[in-house]
Design a protein around this ligand. Structure first.
Ligand code: SF4
Length: 540
């Protein structure tokens, strides 16, 4: 990566804090400012989806300290001179961007600011955020409610080491401050409707961090934010949910079998709330397009898919993970289907006009050399509109990680002196792409096979052929651009080990992003009314 800020971050992050920095008490030169930072090693100038958490915490910040300074490094790197002594710098990290986040934390602390970390990774490793990132405080769990207290106590000079944000109830999810969005930099808005997922996939930490009990947001609050975004010209909106289909037929059947009326009523209420949300979204302008994340079980439920279509939910990320039963067993995802039944189930989405972005994992113990081509072939047969192919990575907070990190051979392995069991602390250019030895393939075979799957699924010929899902030539060209952009952003910068290829892809992605962004934004509707209750509307 060509960014000098990132380079210096990589080299400095393993240093412990200098004594002078540790003793420097953030001062009060001028009014303190609150900065909210989404760290990224790569900045594209434009981004596809608005990082929702930044704007939610901006709203939770309140007005007492003025508008917060929002920095999304997927657009541009943070400017260190913007950080003054006495400011509060909130940095949200997941495992993938923790190292970059720590470099920013060190920089901010050295400049005399109060440094606060939050996000999934900081929730799991608060001590690491202190030692590596210079955190004065760490927020564990949701920040929606506790964040104003954190700021106040920092500015008063007495932050606690840890704030337990817990899992806030759906009614208390903070809305986002969309008025702070920079103009024309994002293609999609993002609104959350539910946190938590009742499943327990072994590679995923969501069910452990966000909980298995779905916390659904109040319908009116969701609709209100969608209207705000549409007023600003966003017609594409990601529903940034863990799982949009939190109640399956099997869940309902199980409650009936167990003769548990309370549980059954609870599940039915959750499902009714989903249907009510979709009924309200259906009343919004027809040019809106929503996209969500959902388990493939939803394909069993024709009424639910119909409601999605009416609600303008035109796309869904579906975690397919593996095309074989053995692969699904590897990841505790027995509720997914394999083979022909899988193809049929995925096609059900398309039959209801819902485009699927299928997500697959490579490197599972049951994978074989022919898995890569078989997966791409199935993705094509199942009419997937987009696909992503990710490498099996033991992320902390997951069942897979615990098993992997407990093995002595993994505990002893080091890269650049850093244990691979803390692989996120290894400088990015030295970080292995895969960590788990495979029974029949070398790790390089898996990496190359994964790259090949991306190249094959997103070849010009395949993308042009799939572009038939839209009708006009202009829309087909837009489809091709978006497909290529997706591949550049997520495949070449994530899987390639060749730094020249990564740098080239980043430049391409920037260029494609600039070209593509206008295709998503539309004429603002500043006077779009909030929805009236249905009865009131029909009476008027
Ligand atoms: S991978 Fe998806 S379905 Fe599985 S636990 Fe995570 S959010 Fe739920």
């Amino acid at each position: 990566m060509s960014d000098p800020v990132i380079r210096s971050g990589q080299s400095s992050v393993h240093l412990t804090l200098h004594a002078a920095d540790e003793n420097r008490v953030p001062g009060s030169t001028g009014e303190p400012c609150v900065h909210l930072v989404n760290p990224s090693d790569v900045s594209f100038g434009v981004a596809v989806i608005t990082p929702r958490w930044l704007y939610v915490l901006a709203s939770a910040t309140g007005v007492r300290w003025g508008d917060p300074h929002v920095v999304d490094e997927t657009l541009d790197p943070i400017e260190p001179t913007d950080v003054k002594p006495g400011d509060v710098v909130g940095i949200g990290i997941h495992t993938g961007n923790a190292l970059r986040g720590y470099a920013i934390g060190q920089m901010a602390r050295a400049r005399g600011a109060w440094v606060v970390f939050g996000g999934i990774h900081a929730t799991l490793f608060p001590n690491e955020a202190r030692e590596q990132g210079g955190a004065h405080a760490v927020v564990r769990g949701d920040g929606d409610v506790v964040w104003p207290t954190v700021i106040e106590e920092c500015i008063a000079g007495r932050p606690s080491a840890v704030y337990e944000g817990g899992r806030v109830d759906g009614a208390d999810f903070a809305p986002a401050r969309w008025d702070l969005l920079p103009e024309g930099r994002y293609m999609w808005g993002s609104v959350q409707t539910v946190r938590g997922c009742p499943k327990h996939c072994s590679f995923c930490s969501v069910w452990r961090t966000d909980g298995q009990k779905p916390r659904q947001r109040v319908v009116d609050q969701v609709v209100r934010e969608v209207v705000q975004l549409r007023r600003r010209g966003f017609r594409f909106i990601a529903l940034a949910d863990d799982n949009f289909y939190p109640v399956s037929f099997e869940d309902l059947a199980q409650a009936r079998r167990r003769k548990d009326p309370a549980r059954l009523a609870q599940l039915e209420a959750l499902r009714d709330e989903r249907l009510e949300l979709m009924a309200q979204l259906a009343r919004l302008p027809d040019d809106l397009v929503f996209y969500t994340q959902i388990t493939m079980e939803a394909a069993e439920d024709g009424a639910f898919l119909d409601a999605m279509r009416r609600a303008h939910i035109r796309g869904a990320l579906v975690g397919i993970e593996s095309v074989t039963a053995a692969g699904l067993k590897d990841v505790y995802k027995g509720f997914n289907l394999a083979g022909d039944a899988l193809v049929e189930r995925l096609r059900a989405f398309r039959d209801h006009d819902i485009h699927v972005l299928g997500s697959f994992i490579f490197g599972l113990p049951s994978d074989a050399p022919d898995t890569f081509d078989a997966t791409v072939a199935l993705a094509e047969r199942a009419n997937l509109t987009f696909a992503q192919f990710v490498l099996l990575t033991p992320f902390p907070g997951t069942v897979d990680f615990e098993k992997w990190a407990a093995q002595a051979s993994n505990r002893e392995r080091r890269v650049d002196g850093i244990p691979v069991t803390t692989h996120w602390l290894i400088p990015k250019h030295l970080r292995p792409k895969l960590y788990t030895p495979h029974p029949v393939m070398s790790l390089e075979d898996i990496r190359l096979g994964t790259q090949h799957a991306w190249d094959r699924f997103y070849s010009w010929r395949s993308v042009w052929s799939r572009s038939r899902v839209v009708s006009s030539l202009k829309a087909r060209l837009a489809f091709v651009l978006v497909s290529r952009l997706y591949r550049q952003m997520y495949a070449n910068t994530g899987i390639a080990t060749d730094s020249a290829r990564v740098a080239r892809s980043t430049r391409w992605a920037r260029w494609l992003g600039l070209l593509t962004r206008r295709l998503f934004l539309t004429t603002p509707m500043p006077h779009l009314e909030m929805l009236e209750p249905e009865g009131a509307e029909s009476a008027s």
